[in-house]
Design a protein around this ligand. Structure first.
Ligand code: AMP
Ligand code: MG
Length: 328
């Protein structure tokens, strides 16, 4: 398996590979996706196998434009049109009622389908060259850290991908916001860079948050799924508690991902600093967690970021990445 620089030539090759039932990893503005022809059940099954993802976990279908939504969804509400006009192409996936002819492999057996138009030139060129929907979950093994660079995809999936298109590091760095418009009321299913308050402003409606999502951000062990996780145990820590933790655990090899604050260095603790800016922090978060994960540490400390809405997607991912540690 090798990595190809994304050019008009390799993008055409990638579209051809998808038509033949192949798997192509490609960059989007959020994270790298593992793409397959969203109408080809055999190709879709290969995604689940490569990721080791349960078959009832639905995939997001990527499209080149909102005009193509009609070929995938029915009863598209005005709210979807309003969001598409305001945001697309964007890190926003919309759940709609699926058309009866849409394959249930891609929807994980559900009668709804998740659709998104990514805001990345390589992704859009590939979608135009392919001409139809590309199902593309993040190109990592199930529950692990999403890839934000082409080399991460190679480390995660190796030979199970036919082609990796390299379009550089992803600009956003955390997965898309997901809004469900298939029911009576808009529901937020995943936090992302597009915030709930922005969606509410465009829709002029409240966007509800299901209990399951609320629980995933509270720090209660056992209530949330582990996801986006490094293999090293990771732990959130308030800035005031960090020096004491480091100084009283000198027998442990540890790493610290700081957020805005400067910490002194210690022989047994590698410090990686990120600024207290949610855009830059999100861009770098997964790559830095990978760097720390590769150091064979006993624990990764993550300085708790601010708790404001612009940090919500980051806090959600960190809560999941550190879930395991808090359980034990
Ligand atoms: P990933 O593709 O890895 O970014 O994850 C896709 C996310 O979209 C998962 O959390 C899915 O549960 C969610 N998703 C995709 N399709 C649907 C759907 N039809 N209904 C609800 N959630 C969905
Ligand atoms: Mg994922």
């Amino acid at each position: 398996m090798s990595i190809f620089n994304a050019t008009s030539h390799t993008i055409k090759q990638a579209a051809q590979c998808l038509r033949g039932g192949g798997l192509v990893a490609f960059p989007t503005e959020t994270v790298y996706g593992l793409g397959a022809d969203a109408r080809n059940s055999e190709a879709l099954k290969r995604i689940f196998i490569a990721k080791n993802r349960p078959q009832d976990h639905p995939l997001i279908v990527h499209l080149a434009s909102f005009e193509q939504f009609d070929a995938w969804a029915c009863d598209i509400p005005d709210s979807a049109v309003m969001l598409a006009q305001h945001f697309f192409p964007a890190p926003l996936a919309i759940i709609l009622k699926k058309r009866p002819d849409i394959n249930i492999v891609v929807t994980g057996g559900q009668d709804t389908v998740a659709l998104r138009v990514p805001n990345h030139p390589v992704a859009l060129d590939l979608l135009r060259a392919f001409g139809d929907g590309i199902a593309a979950p993040s190109a990592n093994r199930f529950c692990r850290i999403s890839p934000t660079q082409a080399t991460h995809v190679l480390q995660e999936l190796g030979d199970s991908v036919d082609m990796i298109l390299d379009g550089g590091a992803c600009q956003i760095g955390v997965e898309s916001t997901i809004i469900d418009l298939s029911g009576d009321h808009p529901m937020l299913l995943r936090y992302g860079q597009i915030m709930r308050s922005e969606l509410e402003k465009v829709l002029n409606l409240n966007v509800l948050i299901p209990d399951a999502l609320l629980k995933s951000t509270v720090r209660t062990a056992g209530m949330m799924a582990t996801h986006y996780a490094p293999s090293t145990p990771a732990m959130l820590c308030e800035n005031t508690a960090i020096p004491h933790f480091i100084e009283t655990n000198t027998q442990m090899k540890m790493g610290l991902l700081s957020c805005g604050d400067a910490f002194s260095s210690y022989a047994h603790c590698t410090v990686i600093s990120l600024p207290a800016n949610p855009i830059i922090y999100a861009q770098n978060l997964y790559a830095k967690l990978r760097e720390l994960d590769a150091l064979d540490l006993d624990v990764i400390l993550v300085q708790t970021p601010p708790q404001t809405e612009d940090w919500e997607a980051i806090n959600d991912r960190l809560a999941k990445a550190t879930h395991h540690f808090r359980e034990h």
